[in-house]
Each structure stands twice: as structure tokens, then as C-alpha cells.
Design a binder for this molecule. Structure first.
Ligand SMILES: Cc1cc2nc3c(=O)[nH]c(=O)nc-3n(C[C@H](O)[C@H](O)[C@H](O)COP(=O)(O)OP(=O)(O)OC[C@H]3O[C@@H](n4cnc5c(N)ncnc54)[C@H](O)[C@@H]3O)c2cc1C
Length: 316
């Protein structure tokens, strides 16, 4: 089941990244378990570095090194959407857009905020993706996952998932070694026209404001909690604080005001369309993007004494 030397740039929205030395696609939990057993035998004599496992969703939040990944990349392609009394159960490998479309077709309300959000359900749960005041956690009832070592499945309710701002138990807690398999979402019958109008609004907003014509990985930095910003600096940004999901100063505003929009390193550029995006204008390398991230962090620290924290994941 395990393939060799699969080019990761073809699996990332940034179109950057070398080979995964080993690659496993799994259409359901049984394939996943079978593949992981095969991996245990195959990797028995490997070094710790070569034994590492990375779970790849839609690749829309990643910066993958040109050197690729030395271990096993697992790509769960578990795709199904089932209606249930309390909402819907969705496979982790389904695109968020597939679930958004399912909600539109069935006039289901509660997930409109995710209109236009790229990536998979698994990726959205792990990072508690959010936009327009909504977050993935808001409609989660239960998440099912598979422990990579014990091959046992676990079920957690929303509280047990310990969701935080772009965070969950799967990102920084005891679920770190687990693959998200599926989730039960609470969505309820709503007014067809209202659900469609709200979802379409979000899709259109993204088309207008995001540099979708160039390879990118979405927002590079997390928005900054206002409590972490000095009062005199906050004054310079009056009127720009938003509640998403708590009072934050958008990283895009800070970058825009700092005057570094359009700055280029190699093939990577601070987007002129959305200042918190970096776009690959001339086949940027991962190093170009990393250098640009460090440049932005230094500039913002110097000008505003603010530490910008990356939202994207580095895979190397
Ligand atoms: C144009 C654009 C706009 C974006 N807008 C937003 C936005 O508004 N809000 C927002 O929050 N994000 C946004 N993003 C970032 C990104 O789309 C989200 O973070 C998304 O949820 C990532 O999902 P993914 O499937 O692509 O995950 P990947 O990028 O493949 O992986 C991200 C992380 O999730 C883990 N992961 C993926 N699947 C699983 C699984 N099944 N089990 C365990 N771990 C898993 C990976 O190991 C990795 O650590 C945007 C990105 C782009 C390109």
C-alpha cells in the first residue's frame, strides 16, 4: 500500500515542497490500519527521523521544505457525508467545500461561515479553522480519531477536543499522535435562501480579498490578542480591533501599516491583495518564504514591539 517518492508540491496550495520518502493513501479506517501495520514492519530498522509520520489533509496551511519529508506522509482520503438526526457525520478527508455544498443542498444552517474555506474537514478540526466570527468547534458534536501506535479508535465530544484559537487536542494535546477519521457536526434545517445568501457572501468576499490567482497558504500569521499589545501601539490602530473570536488586531492591518506590503525575497512576496498572505510570484522556494517570514517578524517587532506568531505549519 505504501508508495515511494511522492512529490509534495503537488499536494500543497503553495506549490512548494520536495518528495515524501513514503506515502500512504487510505480510503477508510481499515486501509489506514493495514497501511500503518505495513509501515511498522517497513520502518523497523529506520532512524527516529525516518520513522516520523506526517498527516496531510488538503495541504492548504503548509510550508513544505524542498528536501521533502524523510518519513511517512499519510493522506486520509476518507470521504462520506451522512445525514443524522442531530446534523451530519463527515469524513476527515472530505473537502470543507463538499460539506458546505451538502449544507446548501439540504438547507442546513450552522456552517455558513466556512463558505470558501479551503482544505479538508480533518485539517479544519485540528487547527480549529475559523472565519467571519465562526469556528469549526462551534458545530462539533463528536470527533473520531485513530491512535497511530495502538491503532485504537477514540471518540471525543467538543469539550474533550479542547478547542482554542487555531488549536485543539490534536494539535497540542494528548491527541497529537492521532489521525482524525470523521466528525459529527450539529447543523439544523434553516431557510434555504438565507443559508445560500450568507454562504455566497463569504465565498465572494474571499474571491475579492484573497490572492487566489497565485500559490499561497492562506494567512501566514495569527491575529494578535489586544492584551499583548502596548497601549500606545494600539492607539495607532484605533478602529481596527475585531472580535474573531476574541478582541484581536488583525495581522493584515499591522503588516499593511508597517509599509512592507509588496516586499519580495527570491520568488516570495508579501501579497498586495491581502497583506497577511505570502504569495509565490516566481516559483518561490521554502527558504524564500521562510526568509520573508523572518523579515516580516523583525520589521513588526522593531516598529510595534509585536511578536507575530506563524499560523502555517512547517514540514521538514
Ligand atoms: C486561500 C486560503 C484561505 C484560507 N483561509 C483561512 C481562514 O479563513 N481561516 C482559517 O482558519 N484558515 C484558513 N486557511 C488555512 C487552511 O485552509 C486551514 O487551516 C485548513 O483548515 C487546513 O486544512 P488542510 O486540510 O488543508 O490541512 P493541511 O494544510 O493539510 O494540514 C494542516 C495541519 O492539519 C493536520 N491534519 C490534516 N488532516 C488531518 C487529519 N485527518 N488528522 C490529523 N491531523 C490532520 C496536518 O498534519 C497539519 O498539521 C486558508 C488557506 C488558504 C490557502
Amino acid at each position: 500500500m505504501i508508495q515511494r517518492d511522492i512529490l509534495l508540491k503537488e499536494h500543497t496550495s503553495f506549490r512548494i515542497g520536495g518528495n515524501a520518502r513514503y506515502f500512504l493513501r487510505a480510503a477508510d479506517i481499515e486501509e489506514l490500519k493495514k497501511g500503518l501495520k505495513e509501515w511498522k514492519e517497513l520502518s523497523a530498522s529506520f532512524s527516529d527521523d525516518e520513522k516520523r509520520i506526517f498527516v496531510l489533509g488538503g495541504g492548504t496551511n503548509l510550508l513544505v521544505s524542498e528536501n521533502g519529508f524523510p518519513g511517512l506522509v499519510i493522506h486520509p482520503e476518507i470521504k462520506f457525508i451522512e445525514r443524522s438526526n442531530s446534523g451530519a457525520k463527515v469524513g476527515a478527508g472530505d473537502a470543507v467545500s463538499s460539506f458546505v455544498n451538502f449544507c446548501l443542498e439540504n438547507s442546513l444552517s450552522g456552517f455558513e461561515w466556512a463558505g470558501g474555506l479551503p482544505g479538508t474537514i480533518g485539517g479544519a478540526i485540528r487547527g480549529n479553522a475559523g472565519a467571519f466570527g465562526g469556528e469549526t468547534k462551534d458545530s462539533i458534536i463528536e470527533v473520531e480519531s485513530l491512535d497511530i501506535d495502538s491503532l485504537k479508535t477514540k471518540r471525543r465530544n467538543a469539550a474533550q477536543c479542547k478547542f482554542g484559537y487555531r488549536d485543539s487536542v490534536f494539535k497540542s494535546g494528548e491527541g497529537l499522535n492521532e489521525i482524525i477519521i470523521s466528525a459529527q457536526f450539529s447543523v439544523e434545517t434553516g431557510d434555504t435562501d438565507t443559508v445560500r445568501a450568507e454562504t455566497d457572501d463569504h465565498i465572494e468576499y474571499r474571491k475579492d480579498r484573497h490572492p487566489l490567482h497565485l500559490p499561497n497558504a492562506g494567512s501566514i500569521f495569527k491575529n494578535v490578542a489586544v492584551e499583548k499589545i502596548r497601549a500606545d501601539v494600539l492607539k495607532q490602530f484605533e478602529g481596527h480591533i475585531k472580535n474573531d473570536p476574541f478582541p484581536v488586531l488583525p495581522a493584515a492591518k499591522i503588516i499593511a501599516q508597517s509599509g512592507i506590503v509588496g516586499h519580495k525575497i527570491g520568488g516570495a512576496q508579501v501579497s498586495e491583495t491581502h497583506p497577511n498572505f505570502i504569495v509565490s510570484v516566481e516559483e518561490a522556494t521554502a527558504q524564500d518564504v521562510k526568509d520573508l517570514i523572518v523579515f516580516e517578524q523583525q520589521e513588526i517587532k522593531e516598529k510595534y514591539n509585536i511578536d507575530l506568531e506563524p499560523e502555517i505549519m512547517f514540514v521538514e
